[in-house]
Design a protein around this ligand. Structure first.
Ligand code: OAD
Length: 236
């Protein structure tokens, strides 16, 4: 019988595949287009300057879809682990499904769909009550608001905190990310020496450039197996 040591300081890096079982489409899936636009055409500061209505509509649709979505079994497992070990989640996702499943320690690298941000110098953020952002919406200081999203070409403010978390982990689980978008993807390569990495993704075998243990399956399936390995009575 092989036994596996459960981690004490687990860091989890999640991407769009984490929320796929909640009905939220991944970015680089089948056609990767929204109304004929590539993501890079609507998720940039240039798009916001040139076509703010289009950008607002894009995120309004994402927000409305999110409000009808629920955390899946994978989100729930990660939230349950908090009662047993330290779990820090670094997510590229802008949805709030980790939080809605009960996870407390969630660092959003690419912003949060359910928040708006002032276009003024203070860049204050506010939680949105509904799905719709309109051209007339202003924050209390009078400035226009924009989606609280890190667009292509913008800095990733939480990157240095994320890097510190990964370096202090005694285990890293990477879930549902194609590892194509930097700097976030770099995190998968920043663990300390001999720190085990688990990669859960249907494409795990081809994505595995970091010597991880590959779990080529959906997020909830891989997490159930890890849960059983670390916390089940019948350790495999
Ligand atoms: P991608 O769409 O690039 O990759 C999604 C990954 O999820 C792929 O590797 C799929 O194989 C995998 N996948 C699909 N279904 C899955 C499931 N049920 N369980 C587990 N994995 C599954 O999404 P990201 O890598 O997250 O940025 O994309 C990174 C960033 O690109 C996003 O944060 C977004 C986008 O531009 C912004 O919006 C700023």
């Amino acid at each position: 019988m092989v036994t596996y040591t459960r981690p004490e300081r687990l860091v989890v890096l999640t991407g769009a595949g984490m929320s796929a079982e909640s009905g939220i489409e991944t970015f680089r899936g089948a056609n990767g287009l929204w109304e004929g636009h590539r993501l890079e055409e609507v998720a940039t500061p240039e798009a916001w300057r040139r076509q703010p209505d289009l950008v607002r509509r894009f995120y309004n649709e994402r927000r409305r879809n999110l409000m009808h979505s629920l955390p899946n079994a994978g989100h729930e497992i990660l939230a349950h682990w908090q009662a047993k070990i330290s779990v820090k989640i670094i997510t590229q996702n802008v949805d709030d499904l980790h939080e809605r499943a009960g996870s407390k320690d969630v660092l959003h690298l690419h912003g949060e769909l359910m928040k708006s941000r002032s276009c003024g110098p203070n860049e204050t953020t506010r939680r949105m009550k509904g799905w719709e952002m309109t051209a007339h919406d202003r924050c209390p200081d009078g400035f226009q608001i924009r989606p609280h999203i890190v667009w292509f070409g913008e800095a990733v403010p939480n990157m240095s905190t994320a890097m510190e978390l990964v370096k202090s982990a005694d285990c890293l689980v990477v879930i549902g990310t194609s590892l194509q978008v930097y700097p976030a993807a770099q995190l998968a390569f920043e663990t300390g020496a001999d720190v085990p990495i688990h990669l859960i993704d249907p494409d795990a075998n081809s994505l595995n450039q970091m010597g991880a243990e590959a779990w080529p399956m959906k997020a909830s399936e891989g997490l159930k197996k890890l849960d059983n390995r670390w916390f089940g009575s019948d350790q495999c």
